[in-house]
Design a protein around this ligand. Structure first.
Ligand code: CMP
Length: 138
């Protein structure tokens, strides 16, 4: 099974990309594909289309396109991978995320919350192809 994550600009800027990815690798999760990019507005709007119209939408688009991010496809031999990754990330709001989780250990703000992860197979199948071709995922 695959999962899709984005290491957000705050984490890339603070040089904790490796630390975050190590946690997944140590758990037994493989990095299937990965790229550092500066996301363009079109990609950001596709990624966050479900949040269009919400009060934080414009700010979210500005933030995610403000600096480099690492887009990454993870893989493991379990049908619970998406759930496991989201548990490892912790609650969306780092103020509520448990210590020991990625957001609980490295985050403090709701917008600059270190990491994004697709929340279902449907989201993975929608979000992953915005950044990776089929060939890159073979
Ligand atoms: P993410 O998992 O990337 O998905 C949408 C992002 O919007 C979320 O993480 C937060 O960084 C950001 N966000 C900002 N304000 C809110 C809010 N009130 N509710 C949910 N997400 C928010």
């Amino acid at each position: 099974m695959k999962a899709f994550i984005i290491i957000k600009p705050d984490a890339v800027k603070r040089n904790i990309t490796g630390k975050i990815l190590s946690r997944f690798e140590e758990r037994g999760i493989r990095i299937k594909a990965m790229r550092m990019i500066k996301m363009c507005k079109e990609e950001a709007e596709k990624l966050y289309s479900i949040h269009k119209g919400k009060p934080f939408y414009d700010s979210l688009i500005n933030y995610i396109t403000s600096d480099k991010v690492v887009v990454c496809v993870l893989e493991a031999d379990t049908d619970k991978l998406i759930e496991i990754v989201r548990k490892m990330n912790g609650k969306t709001n780092p103020a509520e995320a448990e210590p020991g989780t990625i957001r609980g250990d490295f985050g403090i703000a709701m917008e600059a919350n270190v990491i994004h992860a697709s929340d279902s197979i449907e989201s993975v199948n929608r979000e992953m192809p915005i950044f990776f071709t089929k060939e890159e995922l073979e």
